[in-house]
Structures are given as C-alpha cells and as structure tokens.
Ligand binder design. Structure first.
Ligand SMILES: Nc1ncnc2c1ncn2[C@@H]1O[C@H](COP(=O)(O)OP(=O)(O)OP(=O)(O)O)[C@@H](O)[C@H]1O
Ligand SMILES: [Mg+2]
Length: 262
C-alpha cells in the first residue's frame, strides 16, 4: 500500500494558546518515534520554523512556494530529523496576493506531491481565520485545538465550527476534529470542576474529544525555542516534556490505532 502522510493542523484563532509549542512538540515527538515528519509554518510570525531551529529570514519560504517562485522541494529544509517549510512576515501579504477560486487549496496542491514522502505533516496556523488558516483546513485530515487553561473560552468556537463545516462540505469532506488539548495547565491546582465541565461542553459542541493528556505549565516550554531545541532535547524531565510525550502517544494511538508502523 502506498503511504500517504496524515496531515494535522493546529488551530485556534485565539493567540498564545500553545498552537506553535504544540506543533513543534508534536513534530519532534513523532520524529523521535521514528515517523517521517514535515512541519509547515502557515503563520507569518514564523515561530514554528524558529522553534525548530531554522533561520527564517534566509532561504525560500512557504510563501515563495505557494506563489510558485520555488518548488515545494526547494522550500523544504532539513533540520535534525524534521523537514521544515518555513515562513516569515512576508507571508502576511498572502491575503492580498492569493486570488481566485482556488485560493483556499493552494497549500493542499503544494503538499500533494510530497505527501508520500512522510508519515505526518504538521501545520501551524496564525491566530486568525484568514486565507492562511483556510488553506490549512483544506489540506488537513485532522484539526487539533490547543486551549490554554487560564483563558479557556467558548468565544470564537462558533466561528471555528462554521469554518470547519464549510470546508468539510466543500473542498475537504474528510476533515475531522481530532480533539482539544489543554495547555499551560497550572499543576498545583486540580483541573477544576468548572474547567472540566467547560471543556467537555466545548468538545461536545464540536463533536470531538478532550485529550487525556493535559500539558502543564513549565518554564522549559517557553525557553526551549530560543535555544533552537525542542522540549524533549531541551528539558526531557520537565513537566511539559512528559506531558507532550504522553500527548504524542495519544495522537499515535488515535491515528494509527493498533496498526504496526512500517
Ligand atoms: N506548557 C507551557 N508552559 C509554559 N509556557 C508555555 C507553555 N506552552 C506555551 N507556552 C508559552 O506561551 C506562549 C504562547 O505559546 P505559543 O506561541 O505556542 O502559542 P500560539 O497559540 O502559537 O500563539 P500565537 O497565536 O501568537 O501563534 C509562548 O511564549 C510559549 O513559550
Ligand atoms: Mg503560534
């Protein structure tokens, strides 16, 4: 059977909820488990590439590839055991530059030829519903929604649901919401009854699950990117590293089930 990558998009239009931290940790965690991973940054902030140790102001970016200035192969940069397609601030010009009916499937078309080279494609998105996010949804098999425990909120999720349904009914009928992952969780407090109830309500509305793994707060998660290291390299014994390890196992279980890899 021909292998085609499972494509996972990290999404939440709220800023600072852990999309990029989760993207980088998921990509690194899957690579550690022997999976071939491509990480794609669709956020003009360029944080994913930076977090994974790439120089984001040097060399071709996802924007160059989406515009057709370079091939997808030229845009892929190998850093350690992860292939990366970087982004930088120039990607913010996409809204104006991408025109026409097919503007939402540019990323899908770009990645199609390389999907067989990978087990997983992990895509980070900006904190907005714009053409970049829509391109992520169109290219994805699964959405994962990180939510920061301290700013848990139902706001904006109606829009996420509508966007999800629109994409599912048009360009991407296979799109699934894999789950909500709670991030930046303060370990001294138990997941309060209120938070638990709220996140379960949100998950129900979106027709999905809450991941059993909760990502605790830990300074290592914030420090690692500046060192160009993922959390498993930077501080393997830290709470976020342990929690992301469990989260990666959970994703593998959901996507691959009992199937043996290889
Ligand atoms: N588990 C954690 N413990 C401590 N700090 C964390 C944790 N997860 C993320 N952070 C920090 O919180 C901030 C926001 O995280 P991150 O950049 O991953 O969010 P984001 O959703 O991608 O943000 P944006 O919407 O701006 O793209 C960062 O400074 C990050 O280092
Ligand atoms: Mg981010």
């Amino acid at each position: 059977m021909i292998n085609v990558a499972h494509t996972i998009v990290l999404t939440n239009q709220k800023g600072g909820v852990g999309k990029t931290t989760t993207s980088a940790s998921l990509a690194a965690g899957l690579a550690r488990k022997g999976r071939k991973v491509l990480a794609v940054d669709m956020d003009p902030q360029g944080n994913l590439g930076f977090s994974l140790g790439a120089d984001i102001d040097e060399g071709p970016t996802v924007y160059d590839a989406l515009e057709g200035k370079v091939t997808v192969y030229d845009a892929i940069k190998r850093i350690k055991d992860i292939d990366i397609i970087r982004s930088n601030i120039l990607l913010s010009g996409a809204e104006a530059a991408f025109r026409g009916e097919r503007r939402e499937i540019l990323l899908k078309n770009l990645l199609d030829p390389v999907a067989r080279m990978y087990d997983y494609v992990i895509i980070d998105t900006p904190p907005a519903f714009n053409v970049l996010t829509l391109n992520g949804y169109s290219a994805a098999d699964y959405l994962i929604i990180p939510m920061a425990t301290e700013i848990l909120s139902l706001m904006g999720l109606v829009q996420l649901k509508e966007t999800y349904e629109t994409i599912k009914q048009s360009v991407n009928p296979n799109l699934e919401i894999m789950g909500i992952v709670l991030t930046k969780y303060e370990k001294r407090r138990n997941l309060s009854h209120d938070v638990q109830e709220m996140v379960e309500t949100v998950a129900k509305q979106l027709g999905t699950r809450v991941f059993g793994s909760v990502i605790r707060n830990g300074v290592a998660a914030a420090e690692a990117p500046a060192h160009g290291e993922n959390i498993f390299e930077y501080s393997p014994r830290s709470n976020p590293a342990r929690d992301y390890g469990a989260f990666v196992d959970e994703v593998l279980q959901i996507v691959e089930g009992g199937r043996k890899h290889g």
